[in-house]
Design a protein around this ligand. Structure first.
Ligand SMILES: C[S@@+](CC[C@H](N)C(=O)[O-])C[C@H]1O[C@@H](n2cnc3c(N)ncnc32)[C@H](O)[C@@H]1O
Ligand SMILES: [Zn+2]
Length: 284
């Protein structure tokens, strides 16, 4: 089975079919598969910049950091909290803003060890992220695209994952089947607090996102995953910094203080929230 089945043309939403190393729609729009197997379904007119999303350097830093396994407890927490109805023999998963593919790849492997076949698609607006992801796994379909306009038909997925990403709830609702679920993973109050204390003169109060609920979704499960991990080189500290917004927000003095470190023990504090789609809110 092709990993790029049942997708839609980003220009006119017509179904795409694969012909050799190309996807095409009935109106003659064509999309070549890259050498590594991913497809770019982000039309030029939908791009807000020439090279949107994470840069090549940010993607490489995130990949080096995640490959060290420091965030494996987040993968464990996702799998442990995965809602039962979607632990059947076959599940269709979209990772919306998949980055360089670490989580989707790990999740696919773990599900397959439980004899669950995951038909997985990873999508990101950064071509650098998708290029790296497509080298990580050939069992997953990888797409350059935007959460703002997912190039997929209605009800295409059972599960949508949005990890440290940019959710577009109307699109997630459209892309989910009627009993589909959405997972949001976000930083909690103490996430990387030791690093933030060095970077900023004062730590702002934590404001939980979506505490008033998410239109079109019902919260069904909430879980906090806390753990500590140690970074034991300046290079890996800089890799972590490069994959966070702090690299742009922190003061010069803060970044200089971090440059003096050889090692640091950090707290990870991550919120997982699972939502069930409410039918008929966005689309009747
Ligand atoms: C903080 S990173 C998280 C990546 C990955 N989920 C992870 O946790 O490793 C956010 C990702 O969202 C992507 N992104 C930004 N805007 C997007 C959009 N409109 N649609 C899809 N992806 C987007 C970026 O390119 C980046 O890879
Ligand atoms: Zn078309």
């Amino acid at each position: 089975m092709s990993t790029l089945e049942n997708l839609s043309c980003p220009i006119d939403a017509a179904p795409l079919r694969q012909d050799g190393r190309m996807l095409l729609c009935e109106h003659g729009h064509t999309y070549d598969l890259a050498k590594t197997g991913y497809v770019n379904l982000l039309p030029v007119q939908n791009k807000r910049s020439k090279d949107p999303g994470d840069s090549k350097e940010m993607v490489a830093a995130r990949q080096r950091f995640l490959n060290q396994g420091h965030y494996a407890p987040i993968v464990d927490a996702i799998l442990e909290s995965w809602p039962d109805p979607h632990l059947v023999d076959h599940v269709r998963v979209l990772d919306a803003g998949c980055g360089e593919g670490y989580y989707l790849h790990e999740i696919g492997d773990a599900l397959s060890n439980q004899s669950i076949q995951a038909d997985s698609i990873g999508l990101d607006i950064s071509k650098w992220a998708v290029l790296a992801a497509s080298k990580r796994s050939k069992q997953i379909g990888w797409i350059v695209g935007s959460n703002a306009s997912l190039p997929v038909p209605d009800c295409r997925f059972d599960v949508v994952l949005c990890l440290f990403g940019f959710p577009v709830f109307s699109e997630f609702s459209r892309a989910l089947s009627d009993d589909g679920v959405l997972l949001l993973v976000e930083s909690g109050a103490d996430h990387l607090i030791e690093l933030r204390q060095l970077l900023y003169p004062t730590i702002h109060d934590y404001k939980p996102t979506h505490s008033d609920g998410v239109l079109g979704f019902e919260l069904i499960k909430e879980h906090t995953q806390r753990f500590t991990f140690c970074l034991s080189s300046q290079a890996s500290i800089q890799d972590l910094l490069s994959m966070t917004p702090h690299i742009h927000k922190a003061s010069y003095e803060g970044r200089e203080a971090v440059k003096q470190l050889d090692s640091i023990v950090l707290t990870a504090d991550v919120k997982l929230r699972w939502y069930r789609k409410q039918k008929g809110i966005y689309h009747v």
